[in-house]
Design a protein around this ligand. Structure first.
Ligand code: MIC
Ligand code: SF4
Length: 652
């Protein structure tokens, strides 16, 4: 039987297990990359494992999130990352070089390879035909230390593209917004989204990357495009054609399902607050006044996307009530805009040009005013993520953001006559300048002494699992809780990513200001439990959403279903992720209830079914854990770090 692209890549990388939906596959990994906000922990964990040099063919440490330097903390972290990369043999992408996903796409990604990145938008690399998967920092650290990556083989959903993006004001962003409209933020859970059909060749690699980037919002494990002549064109333009291989699905390949999108019929869309799947045609929001427009991020900041924006802005100025912020994805893009003169069009229009970094996307500056409406080309609009809790953040393509910034409000783009966009051809040559990328063997960096500022603290460890779990239900939450809800980001909290005791105080801060206090009290009498709904832990890969609760004494999370990366992170830090057998039991647990599970070790090693006694209400209910053998081992050992350290020390 024929193979689809995902299966072909998995087949080429399997070291144990089997490539069959639902089975476990141990995979050999080609690239691992980290970014600073998750990377400090990942590299501290790598250090704690005790291996001298990275054991994967390519490792890169990027700096892109924690760029606001309001005090010493972020700058110290950058220095730690630079010296750790030198010591352990990773490339180092200096602050100013841009956002990890954009740079990796430009300079390293290659079709047919597998990359892990400590960031949920790693699937950006799917635009070039790479299987690029977001993981927690500890997973990345263990793979860099030489372990295979274990994946539950997802089903493969085919999205068949026909037609051509030809309507004015429509861009690749509308393809993924349309998918989010149809499938929701849960629609991709347990799936790889594979693109096919005649519409594929109408899209450039950067356009494809916009689509695969935001496939993360579907909850998908990753998204992938074929590698074809457009891929070769992009790689040639980046001077990397030697890394090109053709990649296509066999004619008789099978998929779990197929959905079709006709690119010619798409119209400009917007996602309304506070979820990327609240998508509707932009025209339906006509009349909505806007206060801020943000253009850029890892989703929409290729040269072509921004040059087209510049053509709409040229000779005009943003509406008096609107702030226009632009964060280019990479130094390469920023240099191109500057050489081409497009940067002058932005500046002339009154745009505030930010550095090439994540910036306002993760609340690192650019927070909207109270209750303001912000329209962004980014991929997430969760409540409070912008830094302003009552801001209303909409997501849309770059051309719409420019149009609305000029008009001061949402207008029906299909009726726009005055402002025209000049469509730009994909460049045949990109200027190559890798001077901000320090190679692993660079003389001055090799075997450097690791520098740790005073805010960089040890990684906490959890004790091995006992026979019973006694935990107080600390919080009962509903569906689609994000890791931004669990462990908020933003300019105040992000600098604490290397200091778990300090960052732990902010767990669930936006939902329940007393959470950490109550958790620490409960820790004294056994520990805490969190009760979740469906798709618990969607969004970012930040392992701090598991590590900080672990530090606060959380022992179990009982939910209706889990998002993939967060579930792995919980297991990595020894927190047991449990599923309700009867989802109706979710509503019977009240915050403060004392829960007891007995004979836990036997259950983990056996049928993985447990009885939870609610000692407060007197009720009891059944839960399941569905752990693989390896995952069960991790929970019993108190988490992946203890487990891996023990293994490496045995081997020595
Ligand atoms: C995000 O977009 O939410 C982030 C910030 O890039 C995160 C990573 C982090 O929290 O450090 C992600 O997407 O994984
Ligand atoms: Fe950075 Fe935003 Fe992309 Fe996350 S989604 S990597 S915060 S630009």
């Amino acid at each position: 039987m024929g193979r689809n692209i995902a299966e072909k890549i998995l087949d080429a990388h399997i070291v144990n297990g089997e490539v069959k939906t639902g089975s476990r596959a141990g995979l050999k990994i080609d690239h691992v990359y980290t970014q600073d906000a998750t990377g400090t922990m990942a590299w501290l964990q790598f250090e704690a494992i005790g291996v001298d040099r990275v054991k994967v063919p390519l490792a890169v440490s990027y700096v892109d999130h924690n760029m606001l330097q309001s005090n010493f903390m972020n700058a110290d972290d950058h220095e730690f990352l630079r010296t750790a990369a030198g010591k352990f043999g990773a490339w180092f992408s200096r602050p100013g070089n841009g956002i990890s996903h954009q740079i990796h796409l430009e300079r390293f990604s290659a079709p047919g390879r597998i990359a892990l990145g400590t960031d949920s938008h790693t699937p950006t690399g799917g635009g070039i035909g790479m299987m690029a998967i977001g993981v927690g920092g500890l997973d990345a650290a263990t793979v860099m230390a030489g372990a295979p990556f274990e994946l539950k083989v997802p089903e493969v959903l085919r999205v068949r593209l026909t037609g051509k993006l030809r309507r004015p004001w429509v861009t690749a962003m509308d393809v993924i917004l349309e998918l989010l409209r149809r499938l929701s933020v849960k629609g991709g859970v347990g799936k790889i989204v594979e693109y096919s059909g005649p519409g594929v060749k109408q899209l450039s690699v950067p356009e494809r990357a916009t689509i695969t980037n935001m496939g993360a919002e579907l909850g998908a494990t990753t998204s992938i495009f074929p590698s074809d002549e457009r891929t070769l064109f992009f790689m040639k333009a980046q001077g990397r054609e030697k890394d090109w291989v053709e990649l296509k699905a066999d004619d008789d390949a099978s998929y779990s399902d197929t959905i079709s999108i006709n690119l010619s019929e798409l119209e400009p869309m917007m996602a309304a607050p506070h979820s990327p799947d609240k998508v509707a045609p932009a025209r339906e929001l006509a009349g909505l006044k806007i206060d801020q427009a943000c253009i850029g991020s890892c989703t929409n900041s290729s040269f072509v996307a921004l040059k087209e924006v510049a053509s709409a802005l040229k000779g005009r100025v943003v509406s008096p009530g609107v702030g226009l912020l632009v964060n280019t994805g990479s130094r390469q893009v920023a240099l191109m805009l500057s050489k081409d003169g497009a940067a002058s069009d932005f500046l002339g229009a009154g745009a505030r040009m930010l550095e090439s970094s994540c910036g306002p996307c993760i609340g690192m500056g650019g927070a909207p005013g109270s209750g303001q409406v912000s329209i962004r080309t980014y991929n997430r609009n969760f409540m409070g993520r912008s830094g302003t809790k009552d801001a209303k953040v909409y997501l849309a393509n770059p051309l719409l953001c420019a149009l609305f910034a000029l008009k001061g409000e949402v207008v029906d783009p299909m009726k726009e006559e005055e402002i025209k966009v000049k469509r730009i051809k994909e460049p045949a040559v990109y200027p190559i300048d890798d001077k901000m990328l320090i190679p692993p063997d660079a003389g001055e960096n090799r075997n450097s002494v690791i520098k740790k500022g005073p805010n960089i603290k040890e990684v906490p460890l959890k004790e091995a699992l006992g026979e019973e779990i006694r935990a107080q239900a600390l919080l009962v939450v509903g569906d689609n809780i994000t890791t931004d809800d669990i462990m908020p980001a933003g300019s105040q909290i992000l600098p604490l990513r290397s200091n778990i005791p300090a960052i732990s105080q902010y767990v669930y801060r936006g939902i329940d200001a007393d959470f950490s206090k109550r958790a620490l009290e409960a820790k004294e009498t056994g520990g805490g439990a969190i009760i979740g709904g469906e798709n618990y832990g969607q969004g970012s890969s930040r392992e701090h959403a598991a590590l900080a609760p672990m530090y606060l004494g959380v022992k179990v999370v009982i939910a209706k279903s889990f998002a993939r990366i967060h579930r792995s992170n919980l297991i990595n830090f020894g927190i047991l992720p449990l599923l309700f057998k009867d989802q109706g039991d979710h509503d019977r647990i009240k915050p403060g209830d004392m829960l007891l599970m007995e004979n836990v070790q036997a259950a983990i090693k056996g049928g993985q079914s447990y009885t939870v006694q609610d000692l407060t209400s007197g009720l009891s209910f059944e839960v399941l854990s569905n752990l693989t053998e390896r995952e069960a081992g991790l929970i019993l050992a108190g988490g992946l770090l203890s487990y891996t350290r023990a293994r490496f020390h045995q081997e020595k």
